[in-house]
Design a binder for this molecule. Structure first.
Ligand code: AVI
Length: 321
């Protein structure tokens, strides 16, 4: 194995692939799922009957949009900053409602995927042409620094879709702490949390019958082939999600069915796999009220409102500083 410190990389993807495939056990960061192909697959996941998260959060926002709008718009105009905006499907419910009531606000969607942000801005231009939109493209870490630019008036920060579940718990606390540091007294943070439930339902959401989530994970291999000149054969890997009820987390893996050495041209490096060796691709944490309150407390945030769907499958919490 060549020494990582002596190498130079053209971008984070190259550096992270090299580090992750040299590690034991191997891992890749799930943020790399989201290139144009990954975005399209994630759109399909969100429409799957097994993947209840989006539909439940949509129901919650639809049922509570009046109350949410009142809470946010009390005391004048505000900036609505959304981390991980994606296609904005759920947020559009709020946007339409605020817009129809002529509330003074600006929408600032943030996403790592330029493609997703572009599509969102295009669709908003069609449906709400006079909405003020200020998009940002970048990783959460990059864009967190931008929150400092939104100090002039009140802001509402959205972090929907249970995206927080893709962080480790420590990283979630640190992310929330950084958001909190940018929040003034009147600012609010609205976060979506997928809830603990029957393990089978959780597992089914990540092991859909149509195999879309498998294709979404294997897109990581295809992305390395496209962007790094790697030679992965996705058919030699099994997609394997597991739900750990003790930690209440779905852990997703790609497992090599065979012993193989995969050459990655851009890194001039061969990734070596033993038979049945895994690559950890994603964590999707599930929550309950105590674990959310503990997270909030560790981040120094205070819960002000909780919204739930009828079965408590999913919840949205509002926090203040
Ligand atoms: C974006 N994120 C919250 C999704 C999740 O549920 O962890 C990504 C996903 N992975 C597999 N299906 C969906």
């Amino acid at each position: 194995m060549k020494n990582a410190r002596r190498r130079s990389f053209n971008n984070d993807f190259e550096a992270d692939v090299f580090a992750g495939l040299n590690a034991n056990p191997k891992h890749l960061n799930s943020k790399y799922f989201y290139d144009a192909q990954g975005d399209a697959l994630f759109q399909k996941i969100m429409a799957l009957s097994e993947y209840y998260l989006c539909a439940r959060e949509f129901d919650i926002i639809e049922a509570n949009k009046r109350k949410m709008a009142e809470l946010f718009s009390a005391g004048g105009g505000f900036d609505l900053v959304e981390f991980g905006a994606g296609d904005g499907k759920k947020t559009k419910v709020l946007l339409r409602h605020l817009h129809a009531r002529q509330v003074d606000f600006k929408y600032c969607p943030v996403d790592i995927s330029e493609n997703a942000v572009q599509q969102l801005c295009d669709s908003l231009k069609q449906t709400l042409p006079d909405l003020r939109v200020e998009p940002h493209i970048g990783t959460y870490a990059q864009v967190l620094t931008k929150l400092a630019d939104y100090r002039e008036r009140k802001k509402l920060i959205l972090f929907l879709g249970s995206n927080i579940g893709n962080f480790t718990l420590d990283a979630a606390v640190s992310f929330l702490q950084q958001i909190r540091a940018s929040m003034g007294r009147d600012d609010r943070l609205l976060v979506g949390f997928d809830q603990k439930k029957h393990p089978q339902r959780i597992l089914d959401a990540y092991r859909d019958k149509a195999g879309v989530t498998e294709a979404f994970n294997k897109n990581l291999l295809r992305r390395m082939n496209r962007e790094l000149g790697a030679h992965f054969d996705p058919d030699t890997f099994v997609y394997w999600p597991v739900y750990q009820p003790e930690e209440s987390v779905i852990k997703s893996y790609l497992v090599s069915k065979i012993a193989q050495q995969v050459y990655i041209e851009a890194l001039d490096f061969k990734a070596c796999f033993q038979p049945w060796e895994s690559i950890h691709t994603e964590n999707s944490q599930k929550f309950d009220d105590p674990s959310i309150r503990q997270l909030a407390q560790q981040a120094g945030l205070v819960v002000t409102e909780v919204f739930s769907d009828a079965n408590s499958d999913y919840r949205n919490y509002i926090f203040r500083n």
